[in-house]
Design a protein around this ligand. Structure first.
Ligand code: SF4
Length: 469
């Protein structure tokens, strides 16, 4: 049985409404357990021995269908898997897929360090946050354990990002683990030939391990079952990534079968899945085609259940689409992305600068902000609290009203008469029908801007400053 309502979870809680978890009632706490915004251990009374049985039972029922696996340690720890649904809109996907970019042990040292630094330092500001790369995959090309260990060491000297140690040779993996074993790397991979030795290493170093059975789901399941019986639960499944033609379709079907079985309750195969879009480089000689197809394959498996990816191209034209599609898929559909309601400065506004109204839907806000700052327009932007809803829908739904705008100005302590020489607000074109109401409620002049912020610079040329009344 999987819990999916607060009432079901509530039945296992102490029921005393003591408030120690920070919630006023056990029922409120139960609803946070269901949406995973609080942990069961936040209820300290249930840790008492007398509730031991209920705790164990509830803890098991709350566990996600797909096992959550942690890789790395400290602040950069990566969590993958942990999902309960096949479709994001049915709940949410909890852990975004981890993007690991490769280095290899035949690289020149200076090139190695430069590549690791590039992966470590890449970031892109998008809708109020930085999109970052997650991991380094160290590949053994030489087959030489010492060379591999030296490369792992050099990578660790350059970054704290979590690692994947890649080799089918257990001796090479062991050499890597001797250097990085306490950093909880993922070892890649156990297959039908080396599984016993790799299992011994995973147990000895207590690290997560990837299981590899290309296009053989029975073998993959059998490996997973064997590792589970040996006491290892931190498993990642790689059913092989074939990057072209009909084989790509087969790969997609394999991913779908694994995830459907896992969500349906087949515990032997309910683990995060690894995609290896890097295989596009083996199928295409031309680097531009390889990079293009690698990005296409990464996008396909970001949408369909690739919880962790092994990639090669670190050119911005590959990274940006990969990161953006990931951000889209893994945004929580239950919560609109918002910015704090406020009146913010762009550039160095003065009393003569315009005050431009928008909503606190992050995508709208940052689009407006970017259009203004990139055109060097010194101004104020007012983000009105519309519960994260965009302008047109917020006007229609009553989240953007004259009263909300007045409240936003009051809460921000922004007195238009005091702070500006013009006592004027500029409403978005899509909120034109609020003009009269806002003039009455706020007691200011109201101008109607263009329907999209990209046209504000042109609009300013002919409309700003306003005529004195
Ligand atoms: S700490 Fe536990 S018992 Fe107390 S209110 Fe929260 S859920 Fe209920």
């Amino acid at each position: 049985m999987k819990l999916n309502s607060p009432l079901q979870a509530y039945k296992f809680l102490p029921g005393t409404n003591c408030g120690e978890c920070g919630e006023t009632t056990c029922m409120a706490f139960a609803s946070h357990l269901i949406d995973r915004s609080l942990k069961l251990t936040d209820c300290t009374p249930i840790l008492d021995d007398k509730f031991k049985k209920k705790y164990a039972e509830l803890d098991g029922l709350l566990a996600p269908e797909i096992r959550e696996v942690e890789i790395g340690v400290g602040d950069n720890i990566v969590k993958i898997g942990g999902d309960d649904v096949l479709y994001r809109h049915k709940l949410t996907f909890f852990n975004q897929n981890a993007l690991a970019y490769d280095v290899w042990d035949t690289m020149d040292e200076a090139d190695l360090v430069a590549r690791v630094e590039q992966i470590r330092d890449f970031k892109k500001f998008y809708v109020g946050e930085y999109l970052l790369l997650d991991m380094i995959a160290v590949r053994s090309i030489s087959g030489d354990p010492k060379k591999f260990a030296d490369t792992v060491k050099k990578v660790m000297d350059t970054t704290d990002l979590p690692l994947i140690l890649c080799s089918f040779n257990p001796k090479v993996l062991k050499a890597g683990l001797e250097v990085a074993g306490d950093k909880n790397p993922l070892i890649y991979a156990a297959n039908k030939d080396n599984w016993q030795e790799v299992a011994d290493l995973a147990l000895e170093y207590n690290v997560p391990v990837a299981l590899f059975a290309p296009n053989d789901l029975d073998m993959l399941k059998s490996l997973a079952k064997t590792f589970l019986e040996m006491g290892m639960e931190n498993l990642v499944l790689d059913p092989g990534t074939f990057p072209t033609g009909k084989d790509l379709r087969t790969t997609l079907h394999n991913f779908l079968k694994i995830r459907r079985a896992g969500i349906a309750g087949d515990r032997d195969i309910a683990f995060p899945i690894m995609a290896v879009p890097l295989t596009a480089w083996m199928a295409h000689d031309d680097p531009v085609s390889a990079s293009y197809w690698e990005t296409v394959v990464a996008s396909v498996f970001t949408i369909k259940y690739g919880d962790i990816m092994l990639l090669h191209s670190i050119e911005p034209y590959a990274l940006l689409p990969e990161m953006h599609i990931r951000d889209t898929i893994y945004t929580d559909p239950r919560k609109p992305v918002t910015v704090d309601p406020a009146v913010n400065e762009v550039g160095s506004p003065t009393a003569d600068s315009p005050v431009i109204v928008t909503t606190n839907f992050a995508l709208t806000y940052y689009t407006v902000e970017s259009d203004l700052s990139s055109n060097d327009i010194d101004c104020y932007i007012m983000a009105v609290d519309t519960d994260g809803i965009g302008v047109e829908a917020a006007v229609a739904g009553g989240q953007l009203t004259a009263a909300k705008i007045k409240k936003g100005l009051d809460d921000a302590g922004f007195d238009l008469k005091d702070k500006t020489s013009h006592n004027t607000l500029i409403l978005p074109g899509l909120a034109a029908r609020l003009q009269g109401d806002v003039e009455d409620e706020v007691g200011s002049n109201v101008m109607i801007g263009p329907p999209d912020s990209g046209r504000i610079p042109g609009w300013m040329e002919t409309n700003w400053p306003p005529e004195k009344k």
